[in-house]
Design a protein around this ligand. Structure first.
Ligand SMILES: NC(=O)c1ccc[n+]([C@@H]2O[C@H](COP(=O)([O-])OP(=O)(O)OC[C@H]3O[C@@H](n4cnc5c(N)ncnc54)[C@H](O)[C@@H]3O)[C@@H](O)[C@H]2O)c1
Length: 368
């Protein structure tokens, strides 16, 4: 117990509230003692942005389907941005979303990008169109947040990075998971070795196939989040990848993937993604040499466990998309490097490509 409490004290020097998770089928200390949890707080996520006195950035959204309309809504709701216009090739949808938010509607992004009030743009089109639209944004001299997977392949993604560098523009990729506060806490614990040595991360992201996604498979659509999460947590790129992928329902692309990533010093990661499971599960377990941390992305619940006890910290739940878009605006306004760079997007796509190659060739693929 003492050892455990000292781990927790290291992880969260400013404890606010800890509740014990009393799940009946979980092994918890038989003689729990109350923890002293008064006047303490979990650290806020690093990328929570203070927006006071910040210039409101003129923004627009290209592609306002399932996800793009959330970008439009979040831009309207946060203080640091001023939504000017939206664009969707579906004229009816463009008009409906524009009416909802009281902004201009376009069906042609080239026309919209002539508006000098627009300084930065979210690109939320179908995945295989992202790079083409993001390149237009950069060539128009505007900053861009391009949704994951950034491009159809890493070659296209590299063109975006080059254009952003040439134009001295912010390019970031929609790896939303990095902005989930619980993941920020895990990252801090891993970085400071508060759960001991990082041993392994196990990520599971499964659901039914959302049939509107027809242009990429589950690796570039879904597993790419976890590929990025593991890069973010370890601060390293894997040295090799082995994967099994296949399709059961999808005619053209893989709808399940089981991936093992290995690292130079024995660390490893497992990623399970599919569009076969009848309900949505999105979890991460990080095993350290002294304790493990578990995160449910759906509920944003976080657990810290060792051999004796399970502890569940409470922390402020903030909509990750708002944090992501605030951070984007702040990087543009303050000319800062974003948390997710174009290079992060390129590397995630390269790992996704290696996963596909590993499965197709039934062998371990060594990475640079
Ligand atoms: N980061 C995340 O957590 C997250 C979550 C969901 C989706 N996404 C990504 O967001 C993107 C959109 O996904 P979705 O689920 O909203 O898809 P969707 O099919 O619901 O919406 C895509 C929209 O883009 C429009 N569009 C396509 N090409 C266009 C173009 N050239 N110009 C303007 N509009 C265009 C379509 O008409 C459609 O309305 C995908 O790349 C997806 O991977 C990211």
């Amino acid at each position: 117990m003492l050892a455990y409490l000292s781990i927790l004290a290291f992880i969260y020097p400013n404890f606010k509230v800890f509740t014990r998770q009393m799940s009946p089928n979980r092994s918890i200390s038989q003689t729990p003692k109350p923890l002293n949890l008064q006047n303490t707080t979990l650290t806020e996520p690093q990328h929570r942005v203070k927006v006071n006195n910040m210039k409101r950035l003129g923004v627009a959204v290209i592609g306002t389907g399932f996800w793009g309309k959330n970008h439009a809504r979040a831009y309207k709701e946060i203080d640091s941005t001023n939504l000017i216009a939206i664009c969707d090739v579906n004229a009816e949808r463009a008009q409906a979303i524009a009416n909802q938010f009281g902004v201009k509607a376009y069906t042609d992004s080239t026309k919209m990008l002539k508006d000098s009030e627009i300084e930065a743009v979210s690109v939320c089109t179908w995945s295989t169109v992202l790079a083409q639209e993001a390149l237009k944004v950069l060539k128009a001299g505007k900053h861009v947040l391009v949704e994951k997977p950034m491009a159809a392949d890493s070659k296209q993604a590299e063109k975006l990075e080059k254009a952003a560098q040439e134009g001295d523009l912010v390019l970031t990729v929609g790896f939303l998971t990095r902005f989930i506060p619980g993941l920020q806490h895990i990252r801090q614990a891993v970085e400071s070795k508060k759960i001991g040595e990082f041993v392994c991360a196990t990520a599971k992201r499964v659901t039914q196939w959302p049939e509107r996604i027809g242009d990429v498979g589950v690796i570039k659509d879904t597993a790419i989040h976890d590929i990025d999460v593991v890069r973010y947590l370890t601060g390293e790129d894997p040295t090799s990848v082995f994967a099994k992928t296949g399709h059961m329902h999808h005619k053209q692309f893989e709808d399940y993937a089981h991936v093992m990533l290995t690292y130079r010093d024995g660390k490893s990661a497992f990623i399970e993604s599919n569009w076969l499971t009848p309900y949505k599960t999105r979890t991460l377990v990080v095993t350290g040499s002294d304790a493990i941390m578990k995160l449910d992305y759906m509920t944003q619940e976080l657990w810290i466990e060792d051999a004796k006890q399970t502890v569940q910290p409470r922390y402020t739940v903030v909509e990750p998309l708002k944090l992501e878009l605030q951070h984007f605006a702040q990087c543009v306004n303050e000319k800062k490097k974003p948390l997710v760079t174009g290079l992060d997007g390129i590397k995630a796509l390269k790992i996704a490509e290696a996963i596909m190659a590993s499965s197709a060739q039934n062998k371990v693929i060594e990475l640079q």
